[in-house]
Design a protein around this ligand. Structure first.
Ligand code: SF4
Length: 365
């Protein structure tokens, strides 16, 4: 018996190869692709102008993965919907849908925060996922399935009854961020393949600039990514301006210390001419003094960079406390002296375990 494959695992080229190997014409690839990613179908039978023998072969060789939602939580402000999914091997991952209102530059929109691994091996001390350990890589199809799950429910206006109503100019699901469970660059090939599927103009057609990869600083992969010729956003989790402070919260700093990381970031900027977003989780008493801000300013001065200051999302498994609002403002002012733009980013859904890995490590299911 043939073991059916998840069709979301296939690139367009691979699907075309499969179809031509079965003597179907190439143009069927684009038709199937559109049904999968534009019409968001759940069953091959819903492909109306595809011949019956091809539908039968699709059913024989493939399935369309539908993730099983085990639990969900919604933030009190109705801005965030977080799902806990059970995978086919019973492992669990989280995906978050976030509602963003309009601002000076953009229409109201939704962003999906996807997981790239089950757990994570990198063990950052403030991160609930890191505290679980690593289980396995997610396949490309499992990454795509997270997005398709939300897109299909969005089509049915499912979230209208859970999240605050979209404003009139609502622009749809417009951004994908690889900031859920796992380190996306440690699952490099599957992550890049998923991005190419998301980016395909015949399918989901998400602009590369609407996709963000967040890394804790895997130096060889940052260099590799700079050569991919895809215009995605890169966010680097820095969290400290010196090796001593950073190594206390980000163990990978021992393998790739700050000098190596910043050097790789400079090469990335030179190669791509794209700005890097530096993520800086503020931990009270740990990395949030004006002297840390001063050192950060010296480190990043002159780089095409933007700093996102993120007050820590306390987890049940760590002791960290949030930095006070007045201290955050002081930190930001210090950075400004070096001409470094920054944004204070409040994590959405903080009271519903919506920070990375917090639902999968809670007892709420
Ligand atoms: S912050 Fe990212 S890299 Fe660090 S442990 Fe958590 S998921 Fe892994």
């Amino acid at each position: 018996m043939i073991k059916a494959l998840n069709i979301y695992d296939f690139s367009k080229f691979e699907l075309e190869e499969f179809l031509t190997s079965k003597n179907y014409p190439k143009y069927r690839t684009s038709q199937i692709w559109r049904y999968l990613y534009r019409n968001n179908i759940d069953n091959f039978e819903d492909m109306k102008n595809i011949p019956i023998d091809l539908i039968s072969d699709l059913n024989k060789y493939f399935f369309i993965e539908k993730l099983k939602e085990m639990n969900y939580v919604i933030s009190k402000d109705k801005s965030t919907y977080k799902s806990l999914f059970k995978l086919t091997d019973n492992l669990r991952i989280e995906t978050v849908l976030m509602n963003y209102p309009s601002d000076d530059h953009r229409k109201p929109r939704k962003t999906i925060c996807v997981s790239s691994q089950v757990g994570c091996a990198l063990g950052c001390t403030f991160c609930a996922t890191g505290q679980q350990g690593f289980f396995r890589q997610l396949k490309t199809g499992e990454i795509i399935s997270q997005i398709m799950y939300f897109k299909k429910l969005e089509d049915k206006k499912y979230f209208d009854s859970y999240l605050s109503k979209p404003e009139k100019s609502y622009d749809g699901i417009k951004n994908i961020v690889f900031m859920g469970m796992g380190e996306p660059l440690a699952n490099y090939n599957n992550t890049i393949k998923a991005i190419k599927i998301l980016n395909d103009p015949n399918g989901i057609n998400l602009g590369a600039r609407s996709i963000t990869i967040s890394t804790v600083g895997l130096v060889p992969e940052i260099i590799k990514l700079s050569k991919e010729n895809i215009q995605i956003n890169l966010a680097v989790s820095l969290h400290a301006p010196d090796n001593f402070t950073r190594a206390q919260t980000v163990p990978i700093n021992k393998r790739y210390p700050i000098e190596m990381l910043i050097d790789a970031c400079k090469k990335y900027i030179q190669q791509t001419n794209r700005k890097i977003f530096f993520e800086y989780v503020l931990l009270s008493g740990q990395n949030d003094s004006t002297s840390h801000a001063n050192d950060l300013g010296i480190l990043l001065k002159g780089m095409l960079a933007h700093v996102n200051l993120i007050p820590v999302n306390p987890t049940k498994l760590s002791e960290y406390k949030r930095t006070s609002d007045s201290m955050i403002i002081k930190f930001q002012k210090e950075l400004k002296k070096f001409g470094i733009p920054s944004t204070i980013r409040m994590e959405k859904g903080i009271e519903v375990s919506a920070g990375c890995g917090q639902l999968a490590t809670s007892n709420e299911y």
